[in-house]
Design a protein around this ligand. Structure first.
Ligand code: 13P
Length: 229
């Protein structure tokens, strides 16, 4: 299983250090096959040591340059960051990242050999239209994306399940993952949306779920480690 913690706009550099120290103590007993990723805010990026991979939540598709407020490859290289989240619904919605922009970012970081956790997910009004509408919406989020890229991990995060405390049902996750797996073949497929210690066993047991991308329940090292161990 893959366990990825997306801190979003939470934690400071100081609290990320404390978090990683606490998590490291727990991870000494994790199963060797399980992989852990942490996506702290950009201000907390560093060369942390431990049995996990640090990734960046976002970056601009350039080495460096005049892109006020953004960070590029130069800033990631400083900390050997080689993993990035692309296409998260919050960036698509709040930062108005269109599919075209997402695809440009994907192509840039693919070219750099980054491991990409590529996020897709439908809003509630699409889910309410039924499964066919859901799949049509999700497949459109692969437009311009090289789904054969070797370092690709896909994360399915239904928007209505993010931060709401209500995860998708086993049936919803299972049918959606089964359909997505046919499209992305052997690529790992994560589920995200209110994954937490109370439902991780159930989610992890669903066929086609290779891991979880966790927001709220990852913010506390104790809660996140409970999910992993
Ligand atoms: P929550 O776990 O808070 O629902 O967030 C999921 C998510 O968006 C992870 O990227």
């Amino acid at each position: 299983m893959i366990y990825a913690a997306n801190f979003k706009t939470n934690h400071t550099r100081k609290s990320t250090y404390a978090y990683i120290k606490a998590l490291n103590e727990k991870l000494s007993v994790k199963k060797p096959d399980d992989k852990v990723y942490i996506f702290p805010p950009s201000t907390a990026l560093d060369r942390y040591k431990g049995d996990f991979t640090i990734g960046v939540q976002n970056a601009y598709p350039a080495y460096n340059g005049a892109y006020t407020g953004e960070i590029g490859l130069e800033q990631l290289d400083e900390f050997d960051i080689k993993t990035i989240l692309i296409g998260h619904s919050e960036r698509r919605e709040y930062m108005a990242e269109t599919q075209e922009k997402v695809a440009v970012k994907f192509a840039f970081f693919q070219e750099q050999g980054f491991e990409i956790i590529y996020c897709i997910g439908e809003p509630l009004e699409i889910r309410e239209k039924g499964f066919e509408a859901v799949m049509k919406y999700l497949l459109a989020q692969f437009n311009g994306i090289d789904i054969h890229y070797e370092n690709l991990i896909v994360a399915y995060e239904p928007i209505w399940a993010i931060g709401t405390g209500r995860s998708a049902t086993v049936e919803e996750i299972s049918t959606t993952h089964r359909a997505l797996k046919k499209v992305i073949n052997s690529k790992p497929l994560l589920y995200g949306g209110s994954a937490k210690p109370a439902n991780i066993k159930e989610i992890a047991s669903i066929a086609g779920v290779d891991g979880v991308l966790v927001g709220s329940a990852s913010l506390n090292a104790e809660s996140f480690s409970q999910m992993i161990l």
